[in-house]
Design a binder for this molecule. Structure first.
Ligand code: CP
Length: 327
């Protein structure tokens, strides 16, 4: 699969707004829209360094954060992003909603819609849940992770973090290692990184390989030494035990022995490699603590950048340049 070569230094976003009502996945986005979000997030990051971290860009807008799965980073950073943009926000978790009484996702969304929110941020265990809401809701729908399908804002914050460190995405060797089968983070990252011209390698045990993965324009291997050799970026994926019904792995210890990221394996990568993980981490399973906490790790930078990227997405979906003077 050939991908356009776009770098941070020479790319100029050809667009000033997103060509869509919703952010459902990276698969839908054109490279110039991805660049626009990353550039907008850079401006948003500066707001986070001010003594008063608040701008009126989304004043009068209402955003509902509707989470049907646990989340620490995504839910919190969306809420901080919304507050920094002066939106009115409310958080609904499935356990405290009428979902526990049997209400469907569609009915829940339509009842929330009746109260005139402007945007709904949805995390849901079913792949495609955001597409359903997109069809029935007037509000902008932002996918905060749907089943094993996509997690677009995670891929955007990952790309932002890589671009911040490496000044480009095109031409970088990015090795993504772990539970490939169940990962929505993987799917969004493959879409994004291949669209932006990165050389993407995926690595995991054969039982956790999606069958059609090489059709996505990536190189695949089960040998971690091959995946990390001369890598610019190593991204570890969590072993998602909660999505595994069969015996995918002999044991977690065996997984760490075969695919775990250790300091010894790290030495095969480029000297300025960066280590990423979307979180939550299983220390001692997909990553050794010495690597997670070591000098190459940008894992907490990813979390910090999540706020700026989500501010950028919210701002652009709310109208972008219409609000330019407010930022
Ligand atoms: N990366 C990520 O989605 O983390 P949370 O599940 O904590 O939101």
């Amino acid at each position: 699969m050939s991908a356009p070569v776009i770098t941070h230094v020479d790319e100029t976003p050809a667009v000033t707004s997103l060509r869509r009502k919703d952010l459902l996945g990276i698969a839908d986005l054109a490279p110039d829209e991805i660049s626009l979000i990353l550039d907008t997030a850079e401006a948003m990051k500066e707001i986070g360094s001010r003594p008063i971290k608040k701008v009126p860009a989304l004043r009068g807008k209402t955003v509902v954060n509707l989470f049907f799965e646990p989340s620490t980073r995504t839910r919190t950073s969306f809420e901080i992003a919304e507050k920094r943009l002066s939106a009115d926000t409310l958080n609904i978790a499935s356990a405290s909603s009428s979902v526990v009484k049997g209400e469907t996702l569609a009915d829940t969304a339509l009842n929330l819609e009746a109260m005139q929110p402007d945007m709904i941020v949805l995390r849901h265990p079913s792949s495609g849940a955001c597409h359903l809401l997109s069809r029935i809701c007037r509000s902008a729908i932002i996918n905060a992770g749907d089943g094993m399908h996509e997690h677009p804002t995670q891929a955007l914050l990952d790309a932002f973090t890589i671009r911040e460190r490496k000044k480009r995405l095109a031409g970088l060797k990015v090795a993504i290692i772990g539970d490939l089968l169940h990962s929505r983070v993987l799917r969004s990252n493959i879409h994004l990184l291949t669209k932006m011209g990165a050389d993407v390698w995926v690595c995991g045990p054969p039982t956790l390989f999606p069958t059609d993965i090489t059709r996505c324009g990536v190189r695949a291997t089960s040998a971690i030494e091959e995946a990390v050799a001369d890598a610019d970026v190593i991204m570890l994926l969590r072993i998602q035990l909660e999505r595994m019904e069969g015996a995918f792995l002999p044991s977690l210890r065996e997984y760490f022995n075969v695919c775990g990221m250790t300091e010894a394996r790290l030495r095969r990568a480029k000297p300025d490699v960066i280590i990423m993980h979307p979180g939550p981490m299983n220390r001692g399973v997909e990553i050794a603590s010495e690597v997670a906490d070591g000098p190459y790790s940008v894992i907490l930078d990813q979390v910090a950048n999540g706020v700026a990227v989500r501010m950028g997405v919210l701002y652009l979906l709310a109208g972008g340049v219409e609000h330019e003077t407010a930022v």
